[in-house]
Design a binder for this molecule. Structure first.
Ligand SMILES: C[S@@+](CC[C@H](N)C(=O)[O-])C[C@H]1O[C@@H](n2cnc3c(N)ncnc32)[C@H](O)[C@@H]1O
Length: 207
């Protein structure tokens, strides 16, 4: 469990604000393109680093079986409240990204948005190695996290780590049967701000 008290305090503070109101558009696209309505109720999803629950709510309202984990007890409490207000359910756990205490083949879909850049390179390597055993055959995953060209890394917003391409390649090498490493770049405010994320999607083949 590689984080200290200050790290946890910072992310509890961030979650006090309640997190984003809308799911990430790349998550919506990935989920809708790969998981048609008919399969959703049998699909077990892990939202790793779920924060205050925006993706847990999206996934539960689309009928998936949802598990959400995060180190922040504030985030987990917010997620639980949002779900119950809507009459939705998820299995929620306060747990670090490098712990992931689940049985093998527990998940058919893993999503992880804006977490590995908070957790850092070492935790990410351990986490991805664990996920490779937790994701079932035929499973898929989507990961978004900042690159070294991202404004949050360049300006040290929330102490995040910006991943180099060689780091990403090394972390995901030998992890899942198929791995695609893309960038998702968006420029805001007349070019002053560049959000430059890695968008890694993965798949395990059916036997
Ligand atoms: C930027 S927020 C993103 C939350 C959520 N995924 C979303 O899209 O709204 C980052 C989240 O990562 C969590 N986090 C930071 N370090 C972590 C770690 N080592 N293990 C698990 N979660 C962590 C924080 O508590 C926070 O909720």
């Amino acid at each position: 469990m590689a984080y200290d008290h200050n790290h946890l305090a910072m992310w509890n503070q961030w979650n006090q604000e309640g997190g984003p109101n809308y799911p990430h558009q790349k998550v919506i696209q990935f989920v809708f393109r790969n998981f048609p309505p008919a399969v959703r109720s049998q699909t077990r999803v892990l939202d790793l680093g779920c924060g205050s629950g925006v993706h847990c709510v999206f996934l539960a309202s689309e009928g998936f079986q949802v598990t959400g984990t995060d180190i922040s007890e504030v985030g987990i409490a917010n997620t639980s409240q949002k779900l119950s207000k809507l009459g939705l359910h998820a299995n929620l756990k306060v747990e670090a990204a490098d712990v992931l205490d689940f049985r093998s083949d527990s998940f058919d879909l893993v999503i992880c948005v804006g977490v590995y850049d908070c957790a850092g390179s070492e935790v990410t390597k351990i986490s991805v190695d664990k996920l490779s055993t937790l994701m079932a055959p035929g499973g898929r995953g989507i990961f978004l996290f900042a690159s070294n060209n991202d404004f949050r890394f360049k300006h040290q917003v929330l102490n995040i780590h910006g991943f180099l391409e060689k780091e990403v390649k090394a972390i995901f090498a030998n992890s899942f049967d198929k791995v695609w490493i893309d960038r998702y770049v968006t420029t805001y405010q007349g070019g002053q701000i560049e959000q430059n994320d890695w968008l890694v999607t993965v798949e395990n083949l059916l036997p």
